[in-house]
Design a protein around this ligand. Structure first.
Ligand code: UDP
Length: 326
């Protein structure tokens, strides 16, 4: 059987492709290359260029590659942009998913894995977020992920697909420098960029009700995200009635101040000043996963720690942004 991985040429998708192919699975990638890059794909992995909104294309790819399972990673993922362009986000993330599910149901695809996000929880008021913690997304982005989970579950029940929605916490790191994150939208690359420009990294708020006053998150290595997909793919293959919703996290909180300190150390900018900036609208004080359910269901747990994430992300950053000559 073949797995179709949408968004497989992107940052997270290419790590999923790597994990699945190394795990012996056959894959085909569907990617519109809006943010993806074919150079991220291992040799021999077929790439079909186009959008999940193109029903004719999706039908052809499912048929020609004998696809029996889908890992749907392709999506728009910037929270701020989703506030400005909600209709675009709903179209890409929800209508795109609906189109894909319709094609999957018609083609008899029996397994569907969906990339969800901790953004579905919004501002959780608990120490560890379990999958039973109420969902209350704070942005159109988070809404599209929650609506996506509902679509996936309902389609799975009605059309006999085994399904899993995987809620990613804060993804960082890279398997190697070439697979590094090309975007500068999250804490780690944003700090790298400021340091490289000789500007102090910004900490958005230090008066939260957390031990050091800065926001606490659960950072997870992208290779761990990828290995969780392989574990979930195998589970769906063995269990045709699976309908899973799982956090992918480490269950360990790290504060922004701790992350910035680690980044200064790993990047060698140990003398750099740090600047406290105003709080960023909509930031929850603490979002840390309970990683119990995924351990129980898939026997999966994270292997890498935050230092691994920052060190591998830094290598990827340096490859894309060579150090200025002195
Ligand atoms: N953050 C920060 N400075 C930056 C970028 C991010 O203090 O330059 C903080 C942000 O306010 C949040 C945490 O780092 O508390 C993680 O932010 P990110 O955007 O990476 O992920 P989020 O948790 O918002 O999805």
């Amino acid at each position: 059987m073949t797995w179709m991985i949408t968004g497989g040429a992107g940052f997270i998708g290419s790590h999923v492709v790597k994990a699945l192919t190394e795990g012996g699975e056959r894959v085909v990638v569907l990617d519109d290359l809006s943010t993806g890059d074919p150079a991220r794909l291992p040799a021999g992995v077929p790439l079909e260029r186009g959008s999940v909104l193109d029903r004719g294309l999706v039908d052809r790819v499912l048929r020609e590659h004998d696809v029996r399972g889908i890992v749907h990673v392709a999506a728009k993922k910037q929270v701020g942009e989703s506030v400005e362009r909600p209709l675009h986000y709903y179209r890409e993330n929800v209508t795109g998913l609906q189109t894909l599910l319709e094609a999957a149901a018609d083609a008899g695809v029996s397994r569907f894995l969906f990339s969800s996000s901790a953004a579905v929880y919004g501002m959780p008021d608990v120490d560890l977020v379990t999958e039973r913690t109420p969902c209350a997304p704070m942005s159109p982005y988070g809404e599209t992920k929650l609506a996506g989970e509902w679509l996936v579950a309902a389609a799975g029940r009605a059309h006999g697909m085994a399904t899993a929605s995987l809620r990613y916490f804060n993804v960082a790191g890279a398997a190697n420098a070439e697979l590094g994150d090309p975007g500068v939208f999250n804490l780690v690359p944003m700090v790298f960029e400021r340091l490289d420009r000789g500007r102090p990294p910004l900490i958005f708020g230090d008066d939260y009700a957390t031990p050091d006053g800065t926001c606490v998150r659960d950072y997870i290595h992208v290779e761990d995200i990828a290995s969780a997909h392989l574990a979930a793919a195998r589970r769906l293959a063995d269990d045709p009635t699976a309908a899973l919703v799982l956090n992918i996290g480490r269950g360990e909180g790290v504060s922004v101040a701790e992350m910035v300190e680690l980044i200064r150390e790993v990047s060698g900018f140990t003398d750099a000043e740090v600047e406290v900036a105003p709080r960023r609208a909509g930031d929850p004080a603490r979002v840390v996963a309970s990683a119990e359910l995924i351990r129980k269901e898939l026997g999966w747990s994270a292997r890498y720690d935050v230092r691994d994430m920052v060190a591998s992300a830094w290598e990827g950053w340096r490859l894309r942004h060579p150090a200025p000559e002195h």
